[in-house]
Design a protein around this ligand. Structure first.
Ligand SMILES: *[C@@H]1O[C@H](CO)[C@@H](O)[C@H](O)[C@H]1NC(C)=O
Ligand SMILES: *[C@@H]1O[C@H](CO)[C@@H](O)[C@H](O)[C@H]1NC(C)=O
Ligand SMILES: *[C@@H]1O[C@H](CO)[C@@H](O)[C@H](O)[C@H]1NC(C)=O
Length: 381
């Protein structure tokens, strides 16, 4: 049959052509993906940043690093309002309410926030509002305030409408939150085409966190009851149970963000360790700025230098009063102050998180007290 050789050759050629074409499509697609931007921008070009951390982990400081920037509208702990309104609830039960509040705030819509406020709320009803440079400057406030007390005096009676206006005039909306224990409830925000959300996940050595919680008689009781889902835990055990929850959540968030993230989370998650910032503030903070698309300014750089190289242990001399102190010293203080038994307990409940986040455990009191032994291990960025 004459047709046989003729057509089988043609068939082979066709198969080869189809394979080649397939390869070309794949190559073109990869090339196209490599030249297109990492993120899909939001329609108005705004960037939305969630500074995700837990208590006493340096998040006020990092929050200020954002707040100081003229392009940033910063708000601290909006979930505080949700938790304070629901003291008998649990973190798990409140997370959708918290998520929805953040969602509306990223869109500069304060109507949901009003439902957590008294009638006719003003700026002064927002938790820690004077920590926000944007709320202490026009258009939120009639004047640019020189310091916190000046801000309180000049701007406290302005309406939340003014916060919305100010939010709209800034290119970056940054919310700091310590009341999130997982990433999953944020997925709808990450998939919302109107938002360009980036998550900055700030962690700190749990031993330093405990020492910091012990050092301050901070009103954490309602907070820890909500974290512990209203379980009745004795005073002595409480701090370990809370830190265990915190460590567990850091581990889950980090694993979700780094290993096998869903496509909408890729390149939108950054782990930051407090200790790395303390050791290398300029490099680390520049990295964080780059991740969220902010240009470092000389004013912010100067402010950072003053905050991280200050002397003393709590004197305040910044325009917005974050204590200026020797940060390296503070981050090592737990090693001399904490009982070794306490350290062992923390290491036990936080083992997995410490291993993954690069905090080496100590095996003896001697090792704990020898400050020349470095306990920080590099981690995958
Ligand atoms: C805050 O700024 C105001 C106005 O410039 C000034 O009068 C006041 O002394 C300042 N207060 C502090 C504590 O620096
Ligand atoms: C919690 O437990 C302690 C003893 O373990 C008990 O005395 C106390 O009444 C309990 N509190 C509540 C609210 O159940
Ligand atoms: C901060 O404290 C560390 C440890 O005590 C010390 O080595 C360093 O020189 C101090 N830095 C400043 C600027 O005081």
């Amino acid at each position: 049959m004459a047709m046989g050789p003729c057509c089988s050759v043609n068939l082979n050629t066709i198969i080869a052509l189809v394979i080649l074409q397939g390869a070309a499509v794949v190559l073109f697609y990869e090339w196209y993906a490599s030249i297109s931007p990492r993120h899909s921008a939001s329609p108005d070009g705004k960037v939305h940043v969630l500074l995700l951390s837990s208590w006493r982990s340096g998040s006020s400081f990092l929050g200020q690093v954002f707040s100081q920037h003229p392009s940033v509208f910063y708000l601290m702990e909006p979930a505080w309002h949700v938790w304070t309104k629901n003291p008998k609830s649990s973190a798990g039960a409140l997370r959708v309410a918290v998520r929805d509040l953040l969602w509306s705030l990223y869109k500069c819509d304060y109507s949901l926030m009003k439902s957590y406020q008294p009638e006719n709320p003003s700026l002064s009803n927002l938790f820690m509002w004077t920590q926000s440079r944007a709320l202490c400057s026009p258009p939120a406030c009639p004047v640019k305030s020189a310091n916190e007390s000046h801000c309180r005096q000049m701007c406290h009676s302005r309406t939340l409408k003014k916060a919305e206006e100010s939010c709209q005039t800034h290119t970056h909306v940054v919310l700091k939150e310590t009341r999130f224990f997982e990433l999953e409830s944020l997925y709808p925000l990450l998939q919302d085409p109107n938002l360009d959300l980036r998550v900055v996940h700030l962690v700190r050595d749990p031993r330093a966190v405990i020492r910091s919680r012990e050092a301050s008689a901070y009103g954490l009781n309602t907070g820890s009851t909500i974290v512990l889902e209203q379980r009745n835990v004795s005073a002595a055990e409480r701090q370990y149970e809370v830190i265990q929850e915190v460590c567990r959540s850091h581990l889950n968030i980090y694993e979700r963000g780094i290993f096998n993230p869903p496509p909408f989370l890729e390149d939108r998650y950054k782990l930051v360790r407090y200790e790395d910032i303390v050791r290398n503030p300029t490099t680390e903070l520049n990295d964080i700025y780059e991740f969220v698309g902010l240009q470092m300014t000389s004013e912010v750089e100067e402010w950072i230098h003053k905050m991280t190289h200050g002397k003393g242990n709590g004197g305040s001399n910044g325009a917005f009063q974050i204590t200026s102190r020797n940060a390296t010293k503070v981050s090592q203080a737990w090693r001399t102050v904490l009982q070794h038994n306490t350290v062992k307990r923390i290491q036990k409940v936080c083992k997995g998180a410490m291993l993954l986040l690069g905090y080496r455990t100590v095996d003896s009191e001697e090792e704990q007290k020898r400050l020349d032994i470095d306990l920080l291990v590099p981690v995958e960025p």
